[in-house]
Design a protein around this ligand. Structure first.
Ligand code: FAD
Length: 262
């Protein structure tokens, strides 16, 4: 039985509320577990904030905040930064005009049927799928200098150094070590993340972390993308070109819904 507070979500859409809630949670909750940021952790944080400033399709107030945070990190050559100084910038206590990161948490596409299911981890996947796709669009129009592994590197560093689920971090690092460095184009980065996410879905099907209302399946489902699969001797295989088109359309700016945003 789902509660009366249940928010309607369309599985064919991406929700900005999930992306913003995830950013708030990562920068104000996960990163805050470390009072001092130094060494590889600081490098990982810098890379994460840089890809957010470059590729997150933010609303203007958040765009300004991400830009100011990235500039601030770049302007500090320090080998260590305190979380409280970083937090001061996240909260915009310096009063950069028109710059805000919400402190509201509203899960929509990532809403779980129980409070402990889905939510933040779902938003991390969603965020990085959006970022790989946005980086590819930027590259196509030569809008920003970028290299194929930039977003995946940032994800790898974030997961390794900040993601609260230690077991997930070990699993992900193993996948990254195996094949991530073979990625040689923006489109391959999109496909790499999609296929690794499906590997994780396969491994976790039926696990205690699975929300029974959102069973782990190979994604996208047939009804979401009928042209993405081929049936060969009663086994379905993916059609890579169609998958790429589907991912680029699903995670594009026009498909990000603004419902339930505060
Ligand atoms: P999620 O898997 O979080 O997916 C979010 C949304 O992305 C889905 O609702 C769907 O719209 C879309 N989606 C689904 N599959 C794909 C795909 N292949 N490509 C693109 N979009 C897709 N949990 C564990 O218990 N053990 C682990 O080892 C583990 N490792 C993780 C590693 C990482 C890097 C992350 C970010 C999370 C990990 N988790 C792990 C959490 C787990 O993967 C799910 O995020 C969590 O169980 C919530 O699942 P969900 O139903 O919201 O769907």
């Amino acid at each position: 039985q789902l509660s009366d507070m249940w928010k309607h979500a369309d599985k064919n859409k991406v929700y900005m509320a999930d992306l913003e809630s995830g950013l708030h949670y990562s920068l104000r909750v996960e990163v805050s577990k470390f009072s001092t940021l130094a060494g590889d952790k600081l490098t990982a944080l810098r890379k994460y904030v840089t890809v957010l400033a470059k590729f997150f399709p933010a609303r203007p107030y958040l765009k300004n905040l991400l830009q100011s945070l990235d500039n601030w990190l770049r302007s500090r050559a320090n080998t260590q930064i305190s979380y409280s100084d970083f937090r001061n910038m996240v909260d915009n206590n310096e009063q950069v005009p028109d710059a805000v990161l919400t402190s509201d948490v509203t899960w929509v596409g990532c809403q779980g049927s129980k409070s402990w299911l889905r939510g933040f981890p779902c938003s991390v996947w969603t965020l990085f799928h959006v970022l790989t796709v946005q980086a590819a669009y930027n590259d196509q129009y030569q809008l920003k200098e970028t290299y194929p592994l930039e977003v995946l590197d940032a994800l790898r560093g974030y997961v390794q150094h900040f993601f609260g689920c230690a077991e997930c971090a070990v699993h992900f690092e193993n996948m990254a070590k195996e094949t991530m460095t073979l990625v040689s184009s923006m489109n391959e980065a999109i496909l790499w993340l999609w296929s690794r996410h499906n590997q994780v879905n396969y491994r976790l099907a039926g696990a205690p972390s699975e929300d029974p209302q959102f069973p782990k399946r190979q994604w996208p489902s047939f009804d979401m993308c009928p042209t993405c699969r081929n049936m060969v001797r009663r086994r379905s295989t993916w059609i890579e070109g169609s998958i790429l088109d589907f991912l680029k359309a699903h995670f594009c700016l026009q498909n990000i819904a603004t419902d339930y945003l505060v």
